[in-house]
Ligand binder design. Structure first.
Ligand code: NAP
Length: 239
């Protein structure tokens, strides 16, 4: 059977771990050449690349801090040098932190917004320089954009901004055959949610969900493949 992404080139930001790593593996498994972006976890990113190559796929690890506009430009130009073009951007790199309003600082706000919102916007802007006749952008937003739990005002606001950006850019870029959709996961077991103590809420979350379990990164990745592929050719601006 033909692979869904044969001949396509994808950049996945924040793909050394968690949801991004799974998306990178799934895209490669469908035939895409994948840029596995990371900020600091070089070894983890190289492990993802090695796994993809072992399975017969194509991938390269490229370091870039997506909060840094110059790094973003370097990421895209290195991707083009390596694979010659770009068809898919997965804006996955993001950070989350629970913090009560009394503890919010300017630094905290910028840490979250400079990556989750500005980084996503600047990566999208950069992708436009490289897309040829069409392109697909998949934003990894979050259920918190609408659920807005306590102690997560800044993170929830950053993901609500991602949803608004997705809808606005879908209208702006649709005439250029560039689609942009978002995936808004609930709680997913990743290195990030483990190290930040989110797993202590596991039972409570599981109790409140119909399937009585939290997500795994591989639960998210198939949706990213679908939204990146031509199977979703008439879908844009959706969450
Ligand atoms: P994670 O396990 O913490 O992994 C984060 C990834 O992002 C790592 O590869 C990390 O690379 C990279 N990253 C962090 N800062 C970066 C930066 N400035 N520039 C480039 N890459 C950077 O995260 P995750 O739980 O998989 O979450 C991934 C995305 O899904 C985020 O946007 C998050 O908001 C969203 N999300 C997660 C959940 C969940 O429950 N896990 C639910 C809804 C939405 P380094 O290790 O090299 O820093």
């Amino acid at each position: 059977m033909a692979k869904k992404l044969e001949g396509k080139v994808a950049i996945v930001t924040g793909a050394s771990k968690g949801i991004g790593a799974s998306i990178a593996r799934f895209l490669a498994n469908e035939g895409a050449s994948v840029v596995v972006n990371y900020a600091s976890s070089k070894e983890d990113a190289e492990k993802v690349v090695a796994e993809i190559i072992r399975s017969g796929g194509k991938a390269v690890a490229i370091q870039a801090n997506v909060s840094n506009p110059l790094d973003i430009q370097t990421l895209f130009s290195k991707a083009k040098q390596t694979f010659g073009k770009l068809d898919i951007l997965v804006n996955n790199a993001g950070i989350y932190e629970n913090i009560p309003v009394e503890n919010i600082t300017t630094e905290h706000f910028h840490k979250i917004f400079d990556l989750n919102v500005l980084g996503l916007l600047l990566a999208t802007k950069e992708a436009l320089k490289y897309f040829e006749s069409s392109g697909s952008i998949v934003n990894i937003s979050s259920i918190v954009s609408t659920l807005a739990p306590a102690n997560a005002s800044v993170y929830s606001a950053s993901k609500a901004a991602v949803d608004a950006i997705t809808k606005s850019l879908a209208k702006e870029l649709g005439p250029r055959k560039i689609r942009i959709n978002s995936i808004n996961p609930g709680l997913v077991e990743t290195e990030g949610t483990q190290s930040k103590g989110y797993m202590q809420h596991r039972e409570h979350v599981e109790e409140s969900t119909p399937l009585k379990r939290i997500g795994q990164p591989d639960d998210i990745a198939p949706a990213a493949v679908f939204l990146a592929s031509d199977e979703s050719d008439w879908i844009t601006g959706e969450t």
